[in-house]
Design a protein around this ligand. Sequence first.
Ligand SMILES: Cc1cc2nc3c(=O)[nH]c(=O)nc-3n(C[C@H](O)[C@H](O)[C@H](O)COP(=O)(O)O)c2cc1C
Length: 172
Amino acid sequence: MDVMEAIKTRRSIRRYKSTPVEDEKVVQCLDAARWAPSAMNSQPWEFIVVKDPDLRKRLAEIHRYGRHMAQSPVVVVVLAKPVSRYWHGDAAVATQNLMLAAHSLGLGTCWMGVIDTEFEEPIKKLLGVPGDLRVLCTVSLGYPDESPSRTRIPLEEKVHWEKYGSKKKLGL
Ligand SMILES: Cc1cc2nc3c(=O)[nH]c(=O)nc-3n(C[C@H](O)[C@H](O)[C@H](O)COP(=O)(O)O)c2cc1C
């Protein structure tokens, strides 16, 4: 699958088959994550791979918008050390790499925002995350049991040429 196809066909998946995910595939996704760009190549990310059903159930109970973590065979918890002002973006692009790699391997994912929510501290406590690390998000991972479709705002509404407000027809 080429990059454009992966970007355009990835969708957030919230229903998963019970089929276990091979560790090799999980590792491939994490490997893709660590090749993301980061400010000064600081690579502030760390990951916790959660497969234990009880822990996933607890994560699903904590995160009001992430109930499907109880069902996905794997949850990746994305952590980062705030070593530079850009750490948030660094961890986010690593997460997108992980999700695109998963999609290219036939796996579905869904990003659940955690940073600065009331879910962050309970998740840190549950998983024993040290105080100097932040939780950007959790990502459910597994073989998809749905194929949702979603739309995007027309590109022309989002793009300006040379100066704000100057528009062009894009033919997309
Ligand atoms: C920062 C961020 C936070 C998100 N938080 C949640 C969440 O808490 N629960 C959830 O089910 N989806 C969450 N999502 C997934 C979005 O709802 C989803 O990406 C969006 O609706 C577009 O759908 P698509 O990913 O299928 O294209 C989040 C995505 C991002 C990038």
